[in-house]
Structures are given as C-alpha cells and as structure tokens.
Write a protein that binds this ligand. Sequence first.
Ligand code: AMP
Length: 274
Amino acid sequence: MLIIKDIDELKRARASMEGSVGFVPTMGALHPGHLSLIQRAKKENERVIVSIFVNPTQFLEGEDLEKYPKKEEADLKICKHAGVDVVFMPDAMMMYAKDEMSIIAPQVRGYLLEGEKRPGHFDGVLRVVLKLLNLTRPWKAYFGKKDAQQLALIQSMVQDYFLDTVIVPCDIVRDSDGLALSSRNVYLSGEEKTQALSLSRSLRIATKMISSGERNIKTIRDAMIDELSQYIKIDYVAIVDRKFQNIEQIIIGDTIILVAGFVGATRLIDNIQV
Ligand code: AMP
C-alpha cells in the first residue's frame, strides 16, 4: 500500500494505475462505516484509493476543525488490512491556493437544512471533492447515505460539471443500538451516547408510523420531536422528498427523513429513506 502525501506523487501513481479505480474520500478516524465504503470499492474495482483529509474549508468558524479526531496509525492499518492500494493524505496547504477559483453549492439545495445551519459548509465539501475527483479520476466514488444532503449535492455536481465518475451511495452503518457510526461519536460520554440513541429511535418511530399507514408529515414530525426533545437540542427535523423539496404527504419510495441536533456539545445527524 502506497501512502502518498504529495500531489505530484499521487498524479504519477494514478497515471501508472491500470484497470478500474474506486475512490473513497474520508476525513479519517475510520470506523466500520468508512470500512463498508472501502470494502464495496474493493469489490467493484481493480484498484482502490482512499483519501484521509480533514478539509478545513468545510468547517465553519467555531466548529471542531482543531480537535477533529485523528487516528493516523489505526487508519492506515485498517486501509492496509482492507487491501487499499493508495492512501492519499495531503497537507491542507497543498490542497488550496491563495485566492483560488471556487465552487459554490446550489443556492437553494445547498443552503437549506445542513446548509442553513452550517452556511458555506457544502461549498467547502464540493470544492474538496471536485479537487479529489480530478486528482484520482476514479471510475466510481463511494459516499455514505449518512450525509444524505452531501451525497445529493455531489451527485448534482458530477452531473452539472459533466464529470465521468459514477457516484455510489452506500447504506448507513449503525452500531447494535442503532446509533449511526460517526467519527464524532468519540466525543460522546456514556450518558451522551444514551441520549444520542434518540436520533435513530425517532427515525424508527417515524418508519413505524408510516408502516402503520400514517402519511401526514406534521403528525410524524410532532412524534419525532416529542421523542427527541427529551434528550437532545434539536437543530432540525425534516421530512422532504429525495430532491430535498418540501412535501405535503409521505411518498413511499421518494421520502427522506432527516434529524440533526446537539448531544451536549456534539452535533450529530441521521436520516432514513422511506
Ligand atoms: P467523513 O470521514 O465523516 O467525511 O466520511 C467519509 C465518508 O464516509 C462519507 O461519504 C460519509 O457519508 C461516509 N460515512 C460516514 N459515516 C458513515 C456510516 N455510519 N455509514 C456509512 N457511511 C458513512
């Protein structure tokens, strides 16, 4: 496994790669959620590149950029064990130039829900993903449904900018209690972890109501808020279609239910597609 920190070196390594290349971008502190993406990439491609880069442009002022968990040694072990060919771990300085061209997320879809709570976050995500896709030129790139809005915006970018990569959405990996795995879960104390379970529980409440025939958005949202508000500081509870547009009623096969909130100082998100 090659560990590459330099952009020119990555370009050379990529140029010498034959066959299909799968790419998995991450911010490191790898967990089984990331691993599921890597394993899928491994299955579907002859070569796999993983990037580990805590991208500064997607963090807002006051967010956890400085203390974002770093586990370089363990991450490299996981990648090696999974059969990754190249791990790209650039320095922030290398990835950005002063006063460079930018890419801005769509003014509506990029600035609602996560984009409204974290204005500019998706601009940073799209900037880095575009750079990484240009550097790695993958046949397929793997993204988790955990970051549903991010995934939808990346799919749009690929379409709008005529990129050749196929974006592969991957299912959310959860722990046995239902908590969606996230690098940020390491911030949670034991008690906070119990409180955090209300996120996935609220989504289960919603899906149960829907399976029993409930279609009214307000009724479902109210039940979720009832559950969540006992444990977390809610940022949003949203029920939208898969294009992130408001809907009047649940449409089976085209609805996504999203929650975000603070457990103590830690901000967590989760969602489910119905
Ligand atoms: P991150 O390192 O948090 O930027 O995540 C890198 C990729 O892993 C993104 O595409 C995430 O959506 C995906 N990911 C993170 N957590 C999970 C999870 N629990 N299940 C599936 N994919 C995930």
